[in-house]
Write a protein that binds this ligand. Sequence first.
Ligand code: NAD
Ligand code: TYD
Length: 352
Amino acid sequence: MKNMLVTGGCGFIGTNFIRYLLEESDFEGRVINVDALTYAGNPFNLEDMEQRFSDRYTFMHADIRNRGDMSRIFNDYEIDTVCHFAAESHVDRSISGPDAFIQTNIVGTFNLLELAREGRDRLELFHQISTDEVFGSLGRDGAFTEDTPYRPNSPYSASKAASDHLVRAYHKTYDLPVTISNCSNNYGPYQFPEKLIPLMILNALEGRPLPVYGDGLHVRDWLYVRDHCTAVWAIMKQGKRGMTYNVGGASEMENIRIVEMVCDMVDELAASRLDNPRRGLIGFVKDRPGHDRRYAIDFTRLKGELGWTPEESLESGMRKTVSWYLDNREWVDRVRSGEYRSWIRKQYGEEV
Ligand code: NAD
Ligand code: TYD
């Protein structure tokens, strides 16, 4: 693996993955980060990487929906490895506007697979980042395994399921060397504050309402983002080609408990005190349509075959996450003020 294309590297998990690869892992090659810089992509996330690793890190502003642009990148940089994060990723947005999810998540992935197939002689691995949401919803008991049938319930999860099927089919039909990982809900530094945990941290900090959907008893299996990154790299290096691996945090929790945890940690760690405990800001709001009740991941295969387990507990990971948002006000202010959007427009033109 000499020239790795990472798609969506300016988003939450892609940013953490590129940082992990360059700063901590034993990867010695070059990273080419391709990102279209949608509302979720933040070019400032990796500003320091461009300086510190100028010979091993390149950013390319491009859209995976554009086959021509992507083809040039594959050829110019002699891409031999792909780690594919780029996606529209927010369930609520997929409900109000599914179009972009179909175009980016399905057609974009198809484009990359076709280019990988064209460069088959050079290609060592195409790794697809997917989600546990493709499996649908669980009852009270049990956990998703790699053999659980796909039953996606939202336009987001349906588009991810479709792209996973394409990746699998390219392995079966064209013998493309692929791996797929299906992981649970990530949290940690650099997550855009539309997702539950960063939204609640920032609203709690600012004394704003904390909207919990439905009865708040929906369960997610929380995975600290660095643990996800170590899992992906382990799979890329040692995973069996054509194989799928589940990645989970062993941290199932009801949403309401997560929000209470956030409130208590912000009460404890924030310099700005409120008169009353922040739990008082919690309110129950109308439920999300098609809201999956429970996700839980069985990662026996990853543990057994590759010896991977998550390092962070929910308590330790949440503490790191809350502290990161408190310590990185400049990042938060930029994201909230839209300062980076106007920077992107200046840099790349009005159409972005
Ligand atoms: P994100 O929304 O934070 O980032 C997505 C990135 O993709 C952004 O930088 C965006 O600019 C870029 N992008 C979007 N459309 C693009 C296009 N057409 N061309 C090029 N770049 C484009 O998402 P995330 O939370 O970092 O998720 C990354 C991947 O992990 C996604 O594939 C997602 O489905 C998967 N995943 C996420 C979670 C989670 O909890 N966040 C859980 C399981 C799986
Ligand atoms: P989210 O972070 O959007 O991830 P996903 O939908 O991919 O699991 O939501 C996590 C859980 O939190 C989900 O059950 C929906 C719930 N939720 C709220 O209760 N309130 C909110 O404001 C948000 C954004 C999510």
